[in-house]
Design a protein around this ligand. Structure first.
Ligand SMILES: [Zn+2]
Length: 158
């Protein structure tokens, strides 16, 4: 068991996974036109199961959010960490708990597949089509802001 595994009763009134917070990887394939992001269908037995989310999970005490997001993407989706070009971090800070969305680019197919039992499906979804999916509630709330951050990483120097 990792030392970040556990539930936090948050100041926002909800309960969240990750004693040191949590992080997810928002991976953008820049070699696709239109650019597409990796969505993961969470297995029905998981928290928020049956909805589409980003690969991610709890931070260990020694990890920063980029390290944790990359590790989770490897464990859950088989994403090779060497293809990741980190671009930005979007923090959703609740006070005593935080979720960092780590935006990264990949110039090639990083070979995403369902690497463990937490995933039922993986899909590269064009950025403007993400909102049509049945998203995990946390991603649904943040996507309105995230989409602008993602697009700004694409319009800058790539
Ligand atoms: Zn909260």
């Amino acid at each position: 068991m990792r030392d970040g595994d556990g539930w936090v009763r948050c100041q926002c009134g909800q309960v969240h996974w990750g004693l040191h917070g949590a992080a997810g990887l928002l991976l953008v394939r820049t070699d696709l036109d239109p650019a597409a992001v990796l969505l993961q269908l969470r297995a029905s037995w998981t928290h928020g199961g049956g909805t589409w989310a980003l690969p991610g999970g709890a931070l260990d005490s020694h990890e920063d959010s980029m390290t944790a997001a990359a590790r989770e993407a490897w464990e859950e989706a088989g994403i090779d960490p060497s293809v990741l070009a980190f671009k930005a971090i979007f923090s959703d800070d609740h006070g005593n708990w935080r979720y960092d969305t780590v935006i990264a680019h990949a110039r090639t197919d990083p070979g995403a597949h369902e690497a463990n039992a937490e995933s039922e499906d993986m899909r590269w979804v064009p950025i403007d089509e993400v909102e049509r999916y049945e998203l995990h509630p946390g991603l649904r709330r943040s996507w309105v802001e995230l989409i602008d951050h993602v697009k700004s990483t694409l319009s800058g120097t790539n």
